[in-house]
Write a new protein. Structure first.
Length: 498
């Protein structure tokens, strides 16, 4: 007589499946945020024509988003710890989704710029909350590394995918759809979040909020992004540019003084004692500057020098996008096996190689011989950089500080990107003008002049990425096997979803 044993799924199995489905939800939201940073670029000419933007005002479609996004990320991360991570994730998602709808319905310069600012604020609340949910859901070590590998693939490929999708939507439909595409995705994620995501917040001895720290760092970072953007238009040596940069530096300095004395700091300075966290944020600042600028300059090169259409420019990035996605899985496995210190510098070094190849792009470049090899190397480098960077930025962090650590790594990347794009724009413009001065008969819009400016800028960006590789190798702490700790530790209050 034989007996048939039938096993029912255990509660543990169901909880495990639920966690990985929850990961898909927060990664979808993060992908949407990263996508939106880049998706607008290729649609700017259409937006200018339809809404009658002046050339000077057009850059505010991007800048309004960047100022609120980069400036409020630290605040969003700490609010997630204090008020509840799921609660802030959903609030940010609502604001981001509604603002996206309003962006697509915008009827004038002012309306689009205002709605883009609200969208940036929504992203600043959403993104660090999502990453802190991931941190508190998965144990540090192999499990969290695997989750962060998926997160890194979404974050790293989002910029390239944004250009691709932006080109396709703008060409096939119109620019409004680059914003409308967020609405069904946001609504779906919002609908399943109460069911899939558990609520958690830091259980602290106090419920004080660092208003002085929040005001100084948010104001300082927003002013920095604005000052960098303005300086590219009006010059770095003007009294206004110098004054704005000085004011932002004072506010950031005040923030660190406040944090050192605060009993309830917005950003506990003790977390910088974690060497790997510090190294990851320094690398994030430098790589953000290099890679945001890379996408910006390459898009200009393909459209203004090679005369690619918006759609063709987007499709050109597909090799980079796919290589990031494919190699992100290998990246998290390597980090689990050999540690952040051995992987992150390699990723930054490969990014440096790709930037040097971009610096050698000719006026009459060909896609498969000049661009495609560099795209593949760049994609592999970004996969081997973004994933260990995300892992390192959260290694050893207390559960009570998960939100602020998540906000910090997002902030360093975004602020690095703002500084990088401003600096790269200035360098490219300066050397384009010098080329025109020594080549009579050429204009600033000729292929030779533009390419010369781009080349110099790419060489500078390669130097920035190389510096990041060196600092990552020097600062990152040798990593032992990660402890298998429970997702919920002392000092963490978890409220199960109803």
């Amino acid at each position: 007589m034989s007996a048939e044993i039938v096993t029912e799924p255990t509660a543990i199995d169901q909880a495990d499946r639920r966690r990985w489905i929850a990961l898909a939800v927060i990664v979808a939201a993060q992908f949407m945020v990263v996508l939106d940073v880049a998706i607008v670029n290729v649609a700017l000419p259409s937006i200018r024509t339809d809404l009658h933007f002046s050339q000077e005002s057009l850059q505010w479609v991007i800048t309004a988003y960047s100022i609120l996004f980069g400036g409020a990320l630290l605040l969003g991360g700490r609010l997630a710890d204090l008020l509840g991570r799921r609660r802030l994730f959903m609030a940010g998602l609502v604001l981001f989704t509604v603002s996206s709808l309003l962006d697509g319905l915008a009827w004038s310069e002012g309306s689009l710029i205002g709605f883009r600012a609200l969208q940036g604020l929504g992203a600043a609340l959403l993104s660090p909350a999502a990453l802190s949910i991931l941190t508190t859901t998965f144990r540090e070590g192999r499990e969290r590394n695997l989750a962060l590998g998926i997160w890194g693939a979404a974050s790293g490929s989002g910029g390239a995918a944004g250009v691709l999708l932006g080109g396709a939507l703008t060409s096939a439909l119109n620019w409004s759809w680059i914003f409308f595409i967020n609405v069904p995705v946001g609504a779906l994620v919002l609908g399943v979040s109460p069911w899939l995501l558990r609520e958690s917040r830091a259980e602290l001895e106090h419920r004080h909020f660092d208003f002085a720290g929040a005001a100084s760092i948010t104001g300082g970072l927003m002013l920095l992004v604005y000052a960098m953007t303005r300086a590219t238009q009006h010059g770095w040596g003007t009294a206004q540019s110098i004054g704005l940069l000085a004011a932002s530096a004072v506010l950031v300095g005040v923030f660190f003084v406040v944090e050192a004395r605060s009993k309830a700091p917005l950003l506990p300075l003790r977390i910088f004692r974690l060497r790997t966290l510090t190294a990851s944020n320094v690398s994030g600042l430098l790589l953000g500057g290099a890679i945001f600028s890379q996408f910006f300059l390459l898009t200009l090169y393909m459209q203004q020098v090679l005369h690619y259409s918006a759609l063709k420019t987007g499709v050109a990035y597909i090799g980079l996008t796919l290589s990031i996605i494919v190699f992100s899985a290998a990246s998290q496995a390597l980090v689990t096996r050999v540690g952040v210190r051995r992987v992150l510098p390699v990723g930054l070094a490969l990014s440096t190689v790709a930037l040097v190849l971009f610096a050698r792009l000719p006026v009459h470049g060909h896609y498969f011989t000049d661009l495609f090899p560099a795209f593949i190397i760049s994609g592999v480098g970004l996969a081997l950089a973004f994933v260990p960077m995300s892992i390192g930025a959260l290694t050893g962090v207390r559960q009570a500080d998960a939100g602020v650590a998540s906000g910090l790594i997002n902030t360093t990347q975004q602020i690095g990107g703002a500084i990088g794009v401003a600096a790269a724009t200035t360098i490219a413009t300066t050397f384009t003008s010098r080329y025109v001065d020594v080549h009579p008969g050429t204009t600033a819009f000729s292929g030779g002049a533009l390419t010369h400016g781009f080349q110099i800028a790419f060489y500078v960006l390669a130097g920035v990425a190389a510096l990041g590789a060196a600092l990552a190798a020097l600062l990152t702490e040798p990593q032992a096997s990660a402890p298998e700790v429970e997702a919920v530790e002392e000092g963490e209050l978890v409220l199960e979803a109803a």
